[in-house]
Design a protein around this ligand. Structure first.
Ligand code: ZN
Length: 219
């Protein structure tokens, strides 16, 4: 049987690192792809590179600095603060970002002979990003197949999970501690438990606490 290869959209954060381990269990060969869009923290890319190296995963970093040109915002420009208003898109949003990332990942995947693409997008807490929703991913799958005449399958293991479920999946894969200690979600660029005060750290900590409590109760 032909080897099944997959490309994982990989940021070095909790979700995509969990997806990386999920993919490593499921596929014969895994390739990680990250995007350089002049993130506020270069740390994010360094963290992704470090994890890929440790896991002996082929890793590509694609230059997407044009995103900065299209949508200057808090993630990409140092002079705007990260803030979230109730009911509003977070100021870290770049319209269509996931669509662009997945499309470039697909071009790379075809070149690598990989028809599987894995992404950590999630509808449960999609924070208003329309291109994280399941219906969009299904639609893009069809579009990618048609645009490149290639039988892509997009996998979204976290689509219907909340943060606690994502921690549970990492644990199930035997990687709970690794994901806790080595991944970066913090807006202030601190790996692991992070700064503990930014919205990303709060969300991450709440999910972990919820999962650990559930695990304790199940004993
Ligand atoms: Zn933080």
């Amino acid at each position: 049987m032909e080897k099944e290869k997959c490309v994982v959209v990989f940021s070095g954060g909790q979700d995509s690192t969990t997806c990386l381990f999920w993919a490593m269990e499921k596929f014969d060969e895994v390739i990680a792809v990250s995007f350089d869009y002049n993130q506020r923290h270069k740390k994010e890319l360094e963290c992704a590179a470090e994890i890929a190296k440790e896991q002996k995963i082929e890793h590509h970093i694609l230059d997407m600095s044009l995103l900065n040109q299209l949508a200057p915002n808090a993630l990409t420009r140092d002079d705007i603060d990260v803030e979230e208003k109730e009911g509003d898109l977070p100021s870290t949003a770049v319209d269509g970002r996931n669509m662009l990332f997945l499309t470039f990942a697909a071009v790379l995947a075809k070149q690598k002979g990989a028809r599987h693409i894995v992404t950590g997008v999630c509808q449960t807490d999609f924070s208003g990003y329309p291109d994280c929703r399941d219906v969009f991913i299904k639609s893009l799958g069809v579009t990618l197949n048609l645009s490149m005449d290639y039988p892509y399958v997009i996998h979204t293991p976290l689509m219907w999970m909340d943060k606690a479920d994502a921690w549970q999946l990492a644990d199930k894969l035997g990687k709970l501690d690794y994901v806790r200690e080595k991944t970066l979600t913090c807006y202030n660029g601190i790996i692991g438990t992070g700064c503990k005060t930014c919205p990303a750290c709060e969300l991450r900590a709440q999910g972990l606490e919820k999962y650990l409590q559930k695990k304790e109760e199940a004993k």
